[in-house]
Design a protein around this ligand. Structure first.
Ligand code: SAT
Ligand code: MN
Length: 608
């Protein structure tokens, strides 16, 4: 153990002497660890170095105490199932707070408390909560360890499951600690599973202090603090002050037959197919022609303008925390191939042979045990929880792009926004310029999914898919987006897609999955200036002939709905968007209101 680092009861006692000596960032880190230890009273402190032996020791210990169940070692080597508490299976948006000194800083899009109230509430929960437990200190880096776009954090947790997941999802351990020592700043994330009591659960953010406190949940975005809490809520705040963007977007590279790769960043709400799109396998004909999709990230994208005026993006994460149900050899063969080894599954079902199983895996096997560990009974509950997940290193994905490690990031050619919209919204349209693109993102709507607790299938506005994740007032966030349109900027084109349009019979009209490449191809050709579209008030729409539909059988209804727009229904939508923007009061940038009015007027003109 490095003697600089506090560990064990001696170090806790030594804390008082260190209080005045917090000159370097490691001293500051030490001091914070000691403060937390004094409050939470752990039996032990363990500094994570991120090594294989540490991971083996942790997983071994979790196998022994039943936290992890080893899977069939032949078919799924070094892989486990974790069953979370049945009341702790998704993010809890109603218990997630942004604590800023001014309420308006957090905005109507966030639950708010003063920082003083937030700390008081959380510190009371943390008091003595780690008695009998080990306090783990996890230094981590979000993004390639040597990238100027990356940012570091330290999570303190009492959950070894969180440590194991953070090791897969972030660059965790010694290298991150060295960068923290060099840089001096880091995001502080304090986490305890507490009693896993939904009545004693809060996820609080203190963006002005670059601090997170999370109590009472061991699940995903509530507990792996590098993910939504740091890389989106805190990072969006940092990005605003430092001139970059922290977004809920996948990043993929689309390589054409000439060997040129365009990078696309795409925002969809949780559980709307980001992982599938990021790992897309082109349809047969495209594959033969030489098209290829490269995966950079499936959930989070940090972007900033480069010297040439283009936006450059990195994936701050190192792994995927993907939704298991629906993942199959047909829907996402790359994801399936990724999770054959070295994977932690959470809340999936099991076959009689201890292999992971979920609804939609469609490989002929059947479940024996459900996600709660009970014998599978189709009448009782699904085998896998709808929000069950796999945690796996990104490098295990067959389509993993070597550019993921690029310190400078990849240049973005197109930004895509998309929601789950059963009606109204066509397959794809292109925004006429950046301001229109920002409005398209701000107006995004989507039906809710199982990724958060609460009703599923309810349409809500989810601007840029950031409704649960923007760490400050949406009105200021839209202003920040607009501010990128300045002299010298060479901004990406902005598109909106809807893979989820349904016909009168309630069935999806677009085949989706690999066939989404046809839409991406059109986008890239628009970027290159080699594809057609017609201008409409809502944006530039392809005609069916502008997109390669060879081999896709579409009914007349599908063609009409996927490639057309209903002027009256869109007039109503624009009214709804206007009302939504007004909810943000005078902070809402006037440019967005002007843009909304421009489109509403164009829709009202019969000749437009
Ligand atoms: O639970 S997570 O926030 O990590 C996953 C998601 O909801 O997107
Ligand atoms: Mn997500």
């Amino acid at each position: 153990m490095d003697r600089k680092r506090a560990s064990g009861p001696d170090a806790i006692r030594a804390g008082a002497d260190m209080a005045t000596a917090a000159s370097s960032s490691l001293d500051a880190l030490n001091q914070w660890v000691l403060e937390v230890a004094r409050l939470a009273q752990p039996d032990r402190i363990h500094w994570c170095d991120g090594s294989d032996s540490e991971f083996d020791a942790l997983t071994g210990q979790m196998e022994e105490d039943g936290t992890l169940l080893p899977l069939d070692a032949e078919t799924h080597p070094r892989s486990w199932l974790h069953r979370s508490h049945p009341d702790d299976v998704a993010r809890v948006e109603h218990l997630t707070y942004v604590c800023t000194s001014e309420r308006d800083e957090a905005g109507p899009n966030n639950h708010w408390m003063t920082p003083a109230d937030g700390h008081a509430r959380m510190d009371a929960l943390f008091e003595g909560c780690m008695r009998g437990r080990t306090l783990y200190v996890i230094p981590y880096c979000m993004g390639p360890i040597d990238s100027p776009l990356s940012r570091c954090g330290v999570e303190i947790t009492d959950s070894p499951y969180v440590v194991a997941n953070m090791r897969i999802m972030t660059r965790m351990g010694a290298a991150a600690l060295a960068r923290i020592e060099r840089e001096g700043t880091f995001v502080r994330g304090l986490h305890s599973i507490g009693e896993l009591d939904p009545e004693r659960r809060f996820i609080m953010h203190f963006p002005e202090e670059l601090t997170i406190k999370s109590y009472g949940s061991g699940y995903g975005g509530n507990a792996l603090l590098g993910k939504k809490c740091h890389a989106l809520r805190i990072a969006s705040h940092q990005a605003r002050t430092e001139g970059w963007l922290a977004e809920h977007m996948l990043i993929l590279g689309l390589e054409n037959p000439a060997g040129e790769t365009h990078y696309i960043a795409a925002a969809f709400p949780s559980a709307c197919g980001k992982t599938n799109l990021a790992m897309l396998i082109p349809p047969e004909g495209y594959r033969q022609d030489g098209w290829k999709v490269w995966t950079i990230g499936d959930d989070i994208c940090w972007m900033r303008p480069g010297k040439d005026g283009r936006l450059y993006a990195i994936n701050p994460e190192a792994g995927f925390f993907g939704v298991a149900p629906g993942t199959s050899a047909k829907s996402n063969p790359n994801a399936l191939a990724s999770v054959q080894r070295d994977t932690i599954f959470t809340n999936v079902g099991l076959t009689a042979n201890n292999q992971p199983w979920w609804e939609g895996i469609d490989d002929g096997r059947s479940p024996a045990t459900d996600w709660r560990g009970e014998p599978y009974d189709a009448g009782k509950r699904p085998a896998a929880h709808p929000n069950s997940r796999f945690t796996v290193s990104a490098a295990q994905c067959p389509s993993y792009s070597p550019r993921t490690e690029d310190a400078e990031g990849v240049p973005i050619s197109a930004i895509v926004f998309g929601g789950r919209r059963a009606s109204l919204v066509p397959l794809v349209f292109e925004a006429r310029d950046w301001t229109h693109g920002v409005l398209v993102g701000a107006a995004m709507g989507s039906e809710t999914t199982a990724a958060a607790t609460g009703a599923v299938g309810v349409m809500r506005r989810d601007p840029m898919a950031m409704k649960p994740f923007c760490g400050y007032n949406f009105a200021d966030y839209f202003s920040h987006w607009l501010s990128f349109d300045k002299d010298g900027a060479r901004l990406p084109k902005v598109f909106h897609v809807n893979w989820f349009r349904k016909g009168d019979d309630g069935k999806f009209l677009w085949p989706g999955f690999g066939d989404n490449l046809r839409v991406l191809e059109w986008m890239i050709k628009r970027v290159e200036g080699s594809a057609d579209a017609i201008d409409t008030p809502i944006g530039a729409l392809p005609r069916p002939g502008d997109i390669n539909l060879d081999g896709v059988a579409l009914t007349d209804e599908a063609r009409d709905k996927l490639f057309g727009f209903d002027r009256d229904a869109w007039r109503e939508e624009l009214d709804g968007i206007g009302t939504y923007l007004d909810e943000y009061g005078p902070r809402m940038p006037s440019a967005l209101k002007v843009e909304q009015q421009r489109i509403a007027d164009a829709l009202s003109r019969t000749s437009a």
